[in-house]
Design a protein around this ligand. Structure first.
Ligand SMILES: Nc1ncnc2c1ncn2[C@@H]1O[C@H](COP(=O)(O)OP(=O)(O)OP(=O)(O)O)[C@@H](O)[C@H]1O
Length: 223
């Protein structure tokens, strides 16, 4: 069973009453345990594709099968649940809330979509993750007080708080020096080896060498 199957996906935005296609007929398959790398020039549609994969953006045409269920046929409510439970997101510059505590940043995905966790349960999940990534003791610190390395670990904890099967990473190393890039990549590899599927957009050719599949996108198509 494919974890993900995209069949002829297109996405357009209206520009002066005309359809401007940013994704123009992409078909691909992702298997459980894959480490997928998506590359391509700036503006080629990589982020849009990642957002479609992560159920953040709806495709305009084509079919998206998630575990063989066509996403279109899933109710909006269930889709939101899937989005939050199946996917963890890691983005460039981490998109953390600077003025908030580490704890509040990590639980953000839970806060928005899932109320089922008791406070105590949640706290213990956060503790386990923070320990795993060596930032225990930073729970109440504001993110703006942290180093780059600590921030990236907070971002990883946030991506993992719902124990997602799939990690979507959009240029997670884009703004990092080589040491921190290596740490992020090693962490993604560890998570992949532990059974999580990773889909990563990157400009860094070096990082593609670990991929199980690499897709090069140009003008909204796989080339
Ligand atoms: N909401 C939107 N409305 C209109 N056009 C959009 C929208 N979002 C993205 N685009 C356009 O879609 C194209 C693809 O954008 P996308 O961000 O997916 O590219 P990318 O390959 O990730 O680029 P980069 O490497 O620079 O981040 C761009 O031309 C962009 O301007």
């Amino acid at each position: 069973m494919n974890l993900i199957h995209l069949a002829g996906i297109k996405k357009f935005y209206m520009n002066n009453n005309r359809k401007a296609y940013v994704i123009n007929g992409i078909s691909l398959k992702v298997d459980k345990g894959d480490f997928i790398v998506i590359m391509g020039p700036s503006g080629s549609g990589k982020t849009t594709l990642l957002n479609i994969l992560g159920l953040l953006t709806e495709a305009s045409e084509g079919a998206y099968f998630l575990e063989e269920k066509e996403v279109e046929t899933i109710s909006a409510k269930r889709r939101a649940l899937y989005r939050n439970e199946k996917f963890g997101y890691l983005v460039q510059d981490f998109a953390l809330m600077e003025e908030y505590s580490v704890y509040d940043n990590i639980i953000l995905p839970v806060k928005y979509f899932r109320k089922r966790d008791s406070r105590k349960n949640l706290k213990s999940k956060v503790d386990i993750l923070m320990k795993e990534y060596g930032i225990e003791g930073k729970l109440k610190d504001k993110v703006k007080e942290l180093s780059v390395g600590q921030r990236q670990r907070v971002a990883l904890c946030r991506a993992l708080i719902n124990d997602p099967e799939i990690i979507l990473a959009d240029e997670p190393t884009g703004s990092l020096d080589s040491k921190n890039t290596e740490i992020v990549i090693n962490n993604l590899h560890k998570l992949n080896k532990a059974g999580r599927t990773v889909i990563m957009v990157t400009h860094n050719q070096e990082l593609a060498k670990h991929a199980t599949k690499t897709f090069i996108i140009k003008d909204g198509r796989i080339v």
